[in-house]
Each structure stands twice: as structure tokens, then as C-alpha cells.
Design a protein around this ligand. Structure first.
Ligand SMILES: Nc1nc2c(c(=O)[nH]1)N[C@H]1C(S)=C(S)[C@@H](COP(=O)(O)OP(=O)(O)OC[C@H]3O[C@@H](n4cnc5c(=O)[nH]c(N)nc54)[C@H](O)[C@@H]3O)O[C@H]1N2
Ligand SMILES: Nc1nc2c(c(=O)[nH]1)N[C@H]1C(S)=C(S)[C@@H](COP(=O)(O)OP(=O)(O)OC[C@H]3O[C@@H](n4cnc5c(=O)[nH]c(N)nc54)[C@H](O)[C@@H]3O)O[C@H]1N2
Ligand code: SF4
Ligand SMILES: [Mo]
Length: 699
């Protein structure tokens, strides 16, 4: 007899509802839940990988300790006791400690509620995380304009007539900072009602393929496009629509003079898009029909990431589309995170490299290796890595790797010996994903409908297994005891979730939410900005000084095209997720996906044929990779997906190692970052590409 269990897929931001059919502990099938209020039956090929993750033969089941003789299994109590003793000893030596938090932690509400507790017990100040490799510019712009790092506006796709996507590929990524499961179908529905999708991207992506128009843009130059659009929109008048005008502060008057300092033809030349295309885009966005412009990784992990995210908000504001049906709207989910966590902060942090921005108390990950290797008493000697793989995810992975080798204590919470955790002294593996419960914690506030969904654990915990939150909480207790401190009695994640749900405007209890296994639908997004602004004067801050000043800095970069080199960007594939789904045989099967995409003109110039091995060299390093010649990438640009490079010795994910690929981040450069936010610049890396020389062994 099989049983059907309702779950939310925890892998990506789409948070699809799935139906898991179980026969005892065996997964029989995983299907989309047609009755799920948000995903309506949609799933992607990664959903089946939940079974592969659960049953992964290479997954660690017990704490591991690295010894001179190799990895040794420990019981939990011994692992916690040894780690706690070492943390206390290092604290006694005034050693600096730090955390690196990876992306999967954000998909685990329970861990999210407890990991701060562990960090406080360790006494680690500041955090490195995947956020400064990703979306920190969004948080910065939201804090500056709306007064809260998490007060985000998302395109209201179900009622929109035009969506312009700049530097995002939701057909592959399933949406980011925009929880929009079944994106493809929602686009079809928009097109069926006469709406249009436009994509601006150096590559003709999977999303560009279903779009009504694709405009190639030179990597790292979108600021010119946004300023150009804004200039054209404001040339028709800068009076804001009623409803928005009253919400905007006096700095709005500074926007038009700023954009008017630029010449549209210069902007067009800089970004490689014809001035007429920019004019037409502006006219369409401002035509009065409900429309939205949205920008993601491609315009976030770049030198002017914060400015870009700000300009996007300004375009939606200027065209009257902010906080309007079919434009961009602020979700009001079942659990109102914005109302219950602090506004966030913008500060600075002193690093070996000098003063860097610190948004939300993050230390920019571009400085990670520096801080691990600096030669003063501020060197990080104790490191906790929580569900992260910075060797493959952060720029200059080789240097990160070398830096990790010098730690006095490194603890990784991970279920594999990865490129990163292989350097740990202890690895603490969580239970399988089906043994965890789930709530749409960080993603309700980004969803295309007001909603929330809770799913209980599908399987009972295996004997001796622990969820991530239990590991964090029990280790924190052990550390506090070792330091001779009092161990507080904390609420469990479920208790915290229940309290937060009840304190939210929807006011439901966890039990009430749990009784709706298809999710709780609170309806379409609603205009609400007037009540939700969290700036002190309750106004939208249209033109904060640091952003205006950074536009002046941008002006100085116009036309500084690095000659002679190609510009390297990344890419995502629907059957992959950052570095960690490559151990699933069904996801990695088929032709090698870790290839260098190159335009036929650039390949010909270099004497390269499809499938040839090329040597790709940047300031940081070199890789050899098979090339894929395609007209889907613009001339002058090449692309390698990130998250590969599993050839490192000693990793435990065998299937991943068999499909090793090379790491894009062995080429990216930590010296390149967004000055306002410290976010890494991961696209637009200057590289040379040549046929790889056959290495002839010396006699
Ligand atoms: N060049 C380039 N680099 C990039 C990007 C890019 O576009 N280009 N993208 C960046 C982005 S957006 C991000 S978010 C980062 C991601 O950067 P990271 O978060 O550092 O890397 P991941 O690949 O997500 O690694 C997650 C690790 O957590 C483990 N893991 C998975 N699930 C769980 C779990 O439930 N519990 C625990 N304890 N561990 C788990 C996996 O085994 C894996 O080792 O990469 C960034 N790096
Ligand atoms: N299948 C899959 N899904 C994922 C992930 C994954 O690895 N695989 N990762 C998850 C994570 S952590 C995140 S953050 C999201 C990311 O979600 P998205 O941002 O939607 O995904 P990307 O594929 O990184 O899209 C960035 C796009 O920007 C383009 N681009 C690069 N440089 C530039 C530029 O300078 N200007 C412009 N205009 N475009 C540029 C790239 O060609 C690419 O198409 O995806 C999430 N979902
Ligand atoms: S789109 Fe994301 S949430 Fe939905 S099934 Fe795929 S991986 Fe899971
Ligand atoms: Mo990300």
C-alpha cells in the first residue's frame, strides 16, 4: 500500500507543491500537486531529485572527523563535545571566528530560526554568505527606498500586459526574488491576453526563446540602458501618477537632472543596444498598460548592482507601475516577515582590504579568502560553514581552497564531503530532505500571490539522524556549556513559526495552516505601499545620495571597453542548482553541460571548432573546457555555467566527480565588486580563449 504526502519542494525559490508517493521508506513517485494554490501542478525535473537526495548512497549519515588516517565516524555527543571544547579553547586565545552561510539554509525555515543562536554561542561577529554573491544589491536598494531590506516588489505577472526581464532567466532558474512557479504557463497566459515578454540578456536564453523580443546587451553595461529608459520616460514629463506622487519624497526632483546629464547615444553605444530600441522600450513601459521591468542576477552581480536595482524601481515608479495591479507589487504573505524582523542595516566593516560596505551585517564574500589568510591577529581561525560550498561558489575558488587549509577549526554542516567541506575538521550531516518539515518562510514575501504553505516531514527521522536545526541548536548548547555559560531554553522552530503566523495580519495558527495541505491562498497581490513603507518619514526615498553619487561614478566608466578580450558570463540549467545536484544520476545524464558557449565569429577567429578543447584564461586563473559554438550568445561574450569543478580530490559525491566539469569561479575575480554593497561581480570577467595546447610529456 502506498501513501501520498503533500510537500513543498525545498530546492528552489519557486516552492512548488509536490505529491510524494511512498511505499514505506521508498519513494514511488514525485508529481506536481494540481491543487497547490501557487504552483497549480507545475514541477521541474529537479523535483524527482528529492528522492535522489533522500536515497543518495554517498550521503553522510554520521558526524565525521578528519584525522591523519582519514575520515573517522563519530557519535553526535562526541562530535559536539570535541567541537565545543575547541571553540572554547580558541576563544581563550582571542581567535576570531566567522560563519559562511550558503544558499540551501535559506530554504530551511527551521534552520533559519536557530542558526543565529549557534552563531551567538560561538561568538562570531559578522557573516559571510552567498547573499553577497547574489542579491545584496536588491536589499540595499529596498532599504534605501522603502526602509526595509526585505520590502520587495515583484512583477504581478498574472495581470500584466508587458514584462521586461533584464538579466534573469526564469525558464531555467524558475524565478528568483520572484516566487513564480509555472513561469512558462503564466507567460503563455499573458501572451494570450495580448501581453508581451521582452528579454534583455547577452545570451538568447531559454526565457528569451519564449519571449516576444530578445535584445542582446553587453555584460555589465545595463546601467546605461536603465538611465536611457528613464531619460526617455521623464522627457514626457516627470509628474507621478496620483497615489504614488503623495508617497514620494522631495529627492524625486533630483532624478530628471541626473539622467539628463547623459547623452542617449553614448548610453546606447555603451550597452550595445540601439538608441531606438531604448526609446521603444521606454515608450512601451510608459504607455499606460500595466507593465513591469524586473532585473535579476545579470544586473545584480555586477559593478553597479545597487544602482541597477534602484533604477529599476525608479522606472516602475516613473511609469506609474509601482504598487499597481499588473505592475510590480509588494506581497503580503501569510507570514509577514517584513513586519516581524528588523529593518536591516547599512554599515561598513574593516577588512584586510580596507573599509568595505556591510549590508545586513554581511562581510562581503569577495573578502573571504583575505580574512582567512591575513597575517595579523584579526585572521579568522574558527570557521563554521552552514550549507555552503564557497570553493565552487565564491570568486577565486583556488585561493579560497588554500585559505581554508589554514584554519584552526573548521566545521561544515553538509551531507557530503564537498570541495569545501573536505577541508573541515568536522562535518555534521543533516537528515534527508523528506525527514524535514517545510514552510515558505522567505518566499511568501516574494510570491506572485499572497500565500503560505506548511508541509510536515514526510518520513520519520532515521535512527540517529538530526535535522539541521537540531544540529545547530544542540551544538550551540554544547558550546555554551563548554564556555561555562547558561544554556537558555529556546522555543522550537515550530513554536516560533506558530507565533510568527499568529502575529501576522492573516493571524492564522500553525494548526490551521497545516490543515490546508495545498497551501493557503490569500488572493492576488494588492496595492499596499502607503501602509507598508518603513522609512522614518513613511515616504519613498526616490534619490538617496549614495546612489546618485554612484551614477556619477558610472558616468566615468562610459566607453571604457576593454579591448581584445572576451567577456565571460555564467549560466544556469534547469537540471542543476548551484553546485549540489550533480550527484543525481538522472539530473546529470545526457551531454556534458559544462561547456564554453561561444559565437561562431569568435570561434572562427580563434580557429576553434565545435567540441574542441579551449584554454580560457583570466587575471585569476585558467581552465580547459570543451567549446559549444552557438549563435545564441552575442559576439564578444562567452559563457560557462557555475557550480561545476568536482575534480577535487577526496570529495564524496561520486557521480558529481564523474561529471566533474570545471569551476567558473576559478576564473572570476574577487577584486571586482559593487562599491556600494560589496556584492561580487561574477559576470563580465575579461578572458582570452585559445585552442588548448596539447601537453606533450617531456622525455
Ligand atoms: N560565477 C558565479 N558564481 C556564483 C553564481 C553565479 O551565477 N556565477 N551564483 C551565486 C549564487 S546566486 C549563489 S546563491 C551561490 C550559492 O553558493 P553556496 O550556497 O555557497 O553553494 P551551493 O552550491 O548552494 O552549496 C550548498 C551546499 O550545501 C549543501 N546542502 C544542500 N542542502 C543542504 C541542507 O539541507 N543542509 C545542509 N546542511 N547542507 C545542504 C550542499 O551539499 C552544498 O555543499 O553561488 C554563487 N556563485
Ligand atoms: N535550475 C536552476 N535554478 C536555479 C539555480 C540554479 O543554479 N539552477 N540557482 C538559484 C539561485 S541561487 C538563484 S540566485 C537564481 C538566479 O536566477 P536568475 O537570475 O533568473 O538566473 P540566471 O541564470 O543567473 O540569470 C541571469 C541572466 O543574466 C544574464 N546576464 C549575465 N550578465 C549580464 C549582464 O551584464 N546584463 C544582463 N542584462 N544580463 C546578464 C545571463 O546570461 C543569465 O541569463 O536561480 C535559482 N534557481
Ligand atoms: S521549480 Fe524549483 S521548487 Fe519547483 S519542482 Fe523545480 S526545483 Fe522544486
Ligand atoms: Mo542565489
Amino acid at each position: 500500500m502506498t501513501t501520498i504526502h503533500h510537500r513543498t519542494c525545498h530546492i528552489c525559490e519557486a516552492n512548488c507543491g509536490v505529491l510524494v508517493e511512498m511505499d514505506g521508506r521508498e519513494v514511488v513517485s514525485i508529481k506536481g500537486n494540481p491543487d497547490h494554490v501557487l504552483s497549480r501542478g507545475h514541477i521541474c525535473p529537479k523535483a524527482t531529485a528529492i528522492a535522489d537526495l533522500q536515497d543518495d548512497p554517498d550521503r553522510l549519515r554520521r558526524p565525521m572527523k578528519r584525522t591523519a588516517e582519514g575520515w573517522q565516524e563519530l557519535d553526535w555527543d562526541t562530535a559536539f563535545r570535541e567541537i565545543a571544547a575547541k571553540v572554547a579553547e580558541l576563544e581563550g586565545q582571542q581567535a576570531r571566528s566567522a560563519f559562511y552561510r550558503g544558499n540551501p539554509g535559506a530554504h530551511d525555515y527551521a534552520l533559519s530560526t536557530q542558526s543565529g543562536y549557534l552563531q551567538r554561542a560561538v561568538g562570531a561577529r559578522g557573516t559571510f554568505s552567498a547573499s553577497t554573491l547574489d542579491q545584496i544589491p536588491h536589499h540595499y536598494a529596498q532599504f534605501q527606498m522603502y526602509g526595509h531590506v526585505s520590502l520587495a516588489a515583484v512583477p504581478d505577472i498574472d495581470r500584466s500586459q508587458l514584462i521586461v526581464i533584464v538579466g534573469g532567466n526564469p525558464v531555467a532558474s524558475n524565478g528568483s526574488l520572484w516566487t513564480v512557479p509555472d513561469f512558462r504557463k503564466r507567460v503563455k497566459e499573458m501572451q494570450a491576453r495580448g501581453g508581451r515578454l521582452v528579454v534583455v540578456d547577452p545570451r538568447k536564453t531559454e526565457t528569451a526563446r519564449i519571449a516576444d523580443a530578445w535584445h542582446p546587451v553587453r555584460p555589465g553595461t545595463d546601467t546605461a540602458l536603465f538611465i536611457g529608459i528613464l531619460q526617455c520616460v521623464l522627457a514626457q514629463g516627470d509628474t507621478l501618477r496620483p497615489g504614488l506622487a503623495e508617497l514620494v519624497d522631495g529627492s524625486w526632483a533630483k532624478v530628471k537632472p541626473m539622467v539628463d546629464t547623459f547623452d542617449l547615444d553614448d548610453l546606447a553605444q555603451h550597452c550595445g543596444m540601439p538608441a531606438d530600441t531604448i526609446r521603444a522600450l521606454a515608450a512601451e513601459l510608459a504607455s499606460g498598460k500595466s507593465s513591469a521591468i524586473y532585473g535579476r542576477m545579470g544586473v545584480s552581480v555586477c559593478e553597479f548592482g545597487a544602482v541597477n536595482q534602484w533604477l529599476i524601481q525608479l522606472i516602475n515608479l516613473a511609469t506609474g507601475n509601482l504598487d499597481r495591479e499588473g505592475g510590480t507589487m509588494f506581497p503580503q504573505p501569510l507570514l509577514d516577515l517584513v513586519g516581524q524582523v528588523g529593518r536591516g542595516s547599512l554599515r561598513t566593516v574593516e577588512t584586510a582590504r580596507g573599509t568595505l560596505p556591510s549590508v545586513m551585517s554581511e562581510i562581503p564574500t569577495v573578502a573571504f579568502a583575505d580574512e582567512l589568510t591575513r597575517d595579523d591577529e584579526q585572521r579568522i581561525r574558527t570557521l563554521f560553514v552552514i550549507a555552503g560550498n564557497p570553493v565552487l561558489s565564491a570568486p577565486d575558488g583556488r585561493r579560497t581552497e588554500d585559505a581554508l587549509a589554514g584554519l584552526d577549526l573548521m566545521v561544515s554542516m553538509d551531507m557530503h564531503i564537498t570541495e569545501t567541506s573536505r577541508h573541515a575538521h568536522y562535518i555534521l550531516p543533516p537528515c534527508g530532505p523528506l525527514e524535514k518539515d517545510h514552510f515558505t518562510f522567505f518566499f511568501g514575501p516574494l510570491a506572485v500571490r499572497d500565500f503560505g504553505a506548511y508541509s510536515p516531514a514526510t518520513l520519520e527521522m532515521e535512527e540517529g539522524a538530526k535535522a539541521d536545526w537540531e544540529i545547530a541548536s544542540e551544538l550551540a548548547q554544547a558550546i555554551l556549556s563548554a564556555k561555562g555559560k547558561q544554556v537558555p531554553n529556546l522555543p522550537t522552530p515550530r513554536e516560533q513559526l506558530d507565533a510568527m503566523l499568529q502575529a501576522s495580519p492573516a493571524g492564522m495558527t500553525l494548526a490551521e495552516v497545516e490543515a490546508q495541505p495545498n497551501g493557503v491562498d490569500l488572493g492576488p497581490l494588492k496595492p499596499c505601499l502607503a501602509e507598508r513603507l518603513l522609512t522614518e518619514d513613511k515616504k519613498i526615498h526616490a534619490a538617496p545620495d549614495p546612489l546618485l553619487e554612484d551614477c556619477a561614478r558610472f558616468a566615468e566608466t562610459l566607453d571604457t571597453t576593454p579591448a581584445g578580450s572576451l567577456s565571460l558570463i555564467g549560466r544556469r540549467h534547469v537540471r542543476s542548482n548551484n553546485s549540489w545536484l550533480h550527484n543525481s544520476k538522472r539530473l546529470v545524464k545526457g551531454p556534458d553541460r559544462c561547456t564554453l558557449m561561444i559565437h561562431p565569429i569568435d570561434a572562427k577567429e580563434r580557429g576553434l571548432q565545435d567540441g574542441d578543447l579551449a584554454s580560457v584564461v583570466s587575471r585569476i586563473g585558467a581552465v580547459e573546457i570543451a567549446i559549444e559554438i552557438t549563435e545564441d550568445i552575442m559576439p564578444g561574450v562567452v559563457s560557462i555555467p557555475h557550480g561545476w569543478g568536482h575534480h577535487r580530490e577526496g570529495v564524496s559525491w561520486q557521480t558529481a566527480a564523474d561529471h566533474a566539469g570545471v569551476s567558473l569561479n576559478d576564473l572570476t575575480d574577487p577584486e571586482r565588486f559593487d562599491r556600494l554593497t560589496g556584492n561580487a561581480v561574477l559576470n563580465g570577467t575579461p578572458v582570452t580563449v585559445e585552442p588548448a595546447q596539447e601537453i606533450v610529456a617531456a622525455e
